[in-house]
Design a protein around this ligand. Structure first.
Ligand code: APR
Length: 257
């Protein structure tokens, strides 16, 4: 490990030790070591599926079978994945009371599986199927992924809500879809409390997650970034720990003690 990284790790660990409210903001990069490709790297999901063609709410409403192909591909990568050392390091930080929450853009549930108890899933998760028309939800077992879109059971009962949306979709946020109001409320709650934001494995391309580092800085907080490459966060981060989260995070947690 080079001297710079070692110094930055020590300084970042000191920040986490002396602050009252530490929150991690995570993106797909933290799950790459678990076998789940991210979106925008050279082998990311969006290099296979054009997000504007497959990952918008409008695309699902107009061509559910086509969008279902993307959902199926995501499901195939998520099935059987386990938390990696980066997820486990964040869980250790929570046990040590040096991490108060994880705000994640990921839908893979790996933070909860690793043991983190306070996890805000900005973009939803694969625990249920939901109807974009009437809001109906039903539990969803990832191992029983339906081969085709499932018609909403409320179709006949609430015809007025199903003029556009006839099928259920995994309860994840597509482009053009609003976040759940309760999620937004919790996001606002945390953004005003954060002393140190640990930004791990996100390109910071998508809002509202991408706004959080700047807001934390504007409110007098500190930002630590862990990423293999520079992002929009790097310029405003107090410490940029350049490297793979599954390597860096365990080192950071060891220094926090
Ligand atoms: N360790 C640390 N960082 C990594 C690693 C790793 N092992 N592997 C990849 N990264 C970094 C990449 O350099 C990139 O900056 O993780 C980031 C992943 O960025 P994206 O693929 O854009 O994923 P994310 O930031 O989570 O995307 C945000 O966009 O498409 C939507 O809803 C989708 O939640 C997603 C949102």
């Amino acid at each position: 490990m080079n001297n710079n990284l070692s110094n930055d790790l020590s300084q970042a660990a000191a920040l986490l030790k002396q602050s009252d409210c530490n929150v991690a903001l995570t993106g797909a990069g933290i799950s790459v070591a678990s076998g789940i490709p991210d979106f925008r790297s050279s082998d990311g999901l969006w290099t296979i599926f054009d997000p504007m063609e497959y990952a918008t709410l409008a695309a699902f409403l107009h061509q559910p079978e086509k969008v279902w192909q993307m959902f199926q591909a995501v499901h195939n990568t998520l099935l059987g994945c386990k938390p990696n050392s980066a997820h486990l390091a964040l869980a250790q930080l929570e046990v040590a009371k040096r991490l108060q929450a994880v705000i994640t853009q990921n839908i893979d549930g790996l933070h909860q599986l690793a043991g983190n108890g306070t996890v805000l899933e900005l973009h939803g998760n694969t625990q249920s199927l939901a109807c974009p028309g009437c809001g109906y939800r039903q539990p969803f077992d990832l191992s029983q992924f339906p081969p085709a879109p499932v018609p909403c059971p409320q179709l006949a009962v609430l015809p007025q809500d199903h003029q556009q949306a006839q099928y259920l979709k995994p309860d994840v946020i597509l482009f053009g879809e609003d976040l759940q109001p309760e999620i937004i409320r919790q996001f606002w709650y945390w953004q005003n409390k954060i002393d140190v934001l640990l930004v791990v494995g996100t390109s910071a391309d998508v809002y509202p997650a991408a706004s959080l580092p700047r807001i934390v800085k504007e409110l007098g907080g500190k930002v630590i970034e862990i990423n293999v490459q520079p992002t929009a966060v790097s310029a405003l981060a107090d410490y940029t720990l350049r490297g793979r989260a599954e390597i860096i995070l365990p080192q950071l947690v060891e220094k926090v003690g």
